[in-house]
Design a protein around this ligand. Structure first.
Ligand SMILES: [Zn+2]
Length: 336
């Protein structure tokens, strides 16, 4: 890294910091009024202490490359809680490496730093993305409940679980699209039917072998594998109940559902790999992304997310985890 780039990066970080502080000023005031139990309310400071803080903060900001009116405006716009955050951050300018992205979570700074220290070969951006995915924590340790399970981009994995009672709107697949009685969400079914017709024009046949799976059904599936191979092994290819995307009604396994079938060697797979995004689908567990998704390569498992998201992920080579990890962080100051 050369000096010019480093300064530019630090400055960019400081500017993002400034913007977030200014933009986030409103909600922070409300949050500051309601301190969670166990967290002390800020104590009133005397005037000299406040002036010292300001000088200290402005001095630190100047060291980070943010000076003059901009720095002063940033300080003036911040309320008490944010001024403390600003002081904390400016005392550790290295953190600005992780704060230059609009998907950086203030409360995850220490995790970004710790993860990056363990993986110095990756960039600061990659460290932020991976921690946002949750990869610095063990899978299934404490899955978050998915807030909006009906969202087409809802992330469901080892770190994000659907409520046990979540059942999407479902429609039964016509026999020409499936080798068994099965259901999907209408939006995913329509897109799959389109994709089947698109493949047929190339002389290829696609059909469903496993689509919607209820929480209870997944519980049964997972338990069967865990009994056979042990939970640790089963976790690499079968989701625990609530953590299977099949429960969204937006997922289906196409033509096969087994590594032994070597679907990746077929013309159908080659076509899907290049074209599924045009119909709004993602190859959900690609080869080479096992560390990110937590699953081994599944050439048959496709997730509907809508064309816009599917195109973006396809163009950038992102999994749904990497896409979700790059969504804007909540306004700073919010607790985890
Ligand atoms: Zn599947």
């Amino acid at each position: 890294m050369n000096g010019v780039n480093a300064s530019a990066r630090v400055l960019a970080g400081a500017l993002v910091l400034g913007l977030a502080l200014v933009v986030g000023g409103g909600p922070a005031i409300q949050r500051a009024a309601a301190h969670p139990a166990g967290q002390a309310a800020p104590t009133e400071q005397t005037a000299p202490a406040k002036a010292d803080q300001e000088q200290q903060a402005l001095g630190r900001l100047a060291q980070c490359g943010l000076e003059g009116e901009r720095a002063q405006a940033l300080w003036d716009a911040a309320d008490g809680e944010r001024r403390r955050e600003l002081l904390v951050i400016t005392q550790a300018p290295g953190w600005l490496d992780y704060l230059q992205f609009d998907f950086s979570w203030l409360e995850r700074l220490e995790r970004y730093e710790a993860y990056h220290a363990q993986h110095p070969e990756i960039t600061a951006e990659e460290a932020v993305v991976r921690v946002n995915i949750g990869l610095d924590l063990p899978p299934y340790a404490d899955p978050e409940v998915v807030e909006d399970p009906d969202s087409l981009t809802a992330l469901v994995n080892q770190y994000h679980a659907l409520p046990a009672d979540y059942v999407p709107e479902l429609v039964e697949l016509d026999a020409v699209y499936t080798n068994q009685r099965d259901t999907l969400r209408p939006v995913a079914y329509a897109a799959f039917a389109d994709m089947v017709r698109g493949a047929a024009r190339e002389g290829l046949r696609l059909y469903n072998v496993s689509a919607y799976r209820s929480y209870a059904a997944q519980q049964w599936v997972y338990q069967r594998w865990a009994n056979q191979d042990g939970a640790e092994e089963a976790d690499t290819y079968s989701a625990r109940p609530g953590c299977s995307e099949h429960q969204t009604g937006l997922v289906l396994d196409i033509n096969v559902a087994s590594t032994d079938a070597h679907f990746e060697e077929t013309a159908e797979y080659a076509w899907l790999k290049e074209n599924c995004w045009r119909y709004g689908f993602l190859l959900r567990f690609p080869e080479g992304k096992e560390e990110i998704t937590g699953y081994r390569f599944e050439p048959w498992h496709y997730r509907y997310v809508g064309v816009e998201t599917a195109r973006l992920c396809w163009e950038r080579g992102w999994t749904l985890e990497e896409y979700a990890a790059r969504q804007s962080a909540p306004p700073w100051g919010r607790g985890t």
